[in-house]
Unconditional design. Structure first.
Length: 253
């Protein structure tokens, strides 16, 4: 079992919460979301995208780096379709007078198509060289470390999306520790802290926080339901505890 110093006392019936306002939120940049309409399992249409972005703005975010899925078997998005979708979204925000900065990168699934993109340098990055990637939730890729090495060898910074959600991780110290040694940064989903993805993901997120191994936080926003949960998660005391002891770099991008 993963123990965490954030765990609440047994006598408490609810998670402790703190009041926050947009000017108190300890980060203003989100680096993981699915806001471009109709290109993956995120926002299905422009109306929903605008609602999600307005909601993020109300929570204190001022800059969003949205990251559509890129998967050979499911979401065959090209860099160009992502750029075009982001531009249309920016135009819609301008028309509505919503002053939130939108940039686009991608969340790459580790598959053969990703390796081909690396070879062509057809990669959308967060910042100058950071590559957000994910794997299956249930099975560790056979060539995981080799693919991570390829990212670094080509001059990119590997950033693992939501490490807390991978169910195949049975030995966190060994698995996460090895990736840290390889130079991988970690992006934890804020909603994991509130239990949105289940108890195991929450425990792993808090374990990573206790180790000081969280580099970035993301909303991983797909739906209005997640937005509503995000507001609750941002009000948890353990969210502020986590931010205070981890070198969160969102606003340095």
């Amino acid at each position: 079992m993963i123990r965490s110093f954030f765990r609440r006392k047994k006598t408490q019936r609810e998670e402790p919460v703190v009041e926050y306002t947009p000017d108190r939120l300890p980060l203003s940049t989100d680096i993981h979301s699915h806001l471009i309409p109709g290109i993956d399992d995120g926002s299905p249409d422009l109306e929903t995208s605008l609602k999600l972005i307005e909601g993020l703005g109300a929570l204190g975010y001022r800059r969003l780096i949205t990251t559509p899925h890129v998967m050979a078997d499911s979401y065959r998005n090209s860099s160009e379709t992502i750029r075009q979708g982001a531009e249309k979204l920016r135009e819609a925000l301008d028309q509505k007078g919503i002053s939130i900065e939108i940039k686009a990168a991608a969340e790459y699934y580790l598959d053969e198509e990703f390796l081909r993109r690396l070879e062509r340098e057809d990669i959308l990055t967060i910042g100058d060289r950071m590559v957000l990637f994910e794997t299956s939730y249930y099975n560790e890729p056979l060539s995981f470390e080799k693919q991570v090495y390829e990212i670094s060898a080509r001059g990119y910074q590997p950033l693992l999306a939501h490490p807390e959600r991978y169910r195949y991780v049975e030995d966190p110290e060994t698995f996460y520790g090895r990736l840290r040694e390889m130079g991988v940064s970690f992006q934890v989903n804020i909603n994991s802290l509130g239990g949105y993805y289940g108890r195991e993901a929450a425990q792993k997120a808090l374990w990573l926080g206790e180790k000081g191994w969280i580099d970035y936080l993301g909303s991983d926003l797909h739906t209005v339901k997640q937005l509503e949960f995000l507001e609750k998660s941002l009000g948890l005391e353990k969210f502020y505890q986590l931010v205070s002891i981890n070198p969160i770099k969102n606003d340095k991008m």
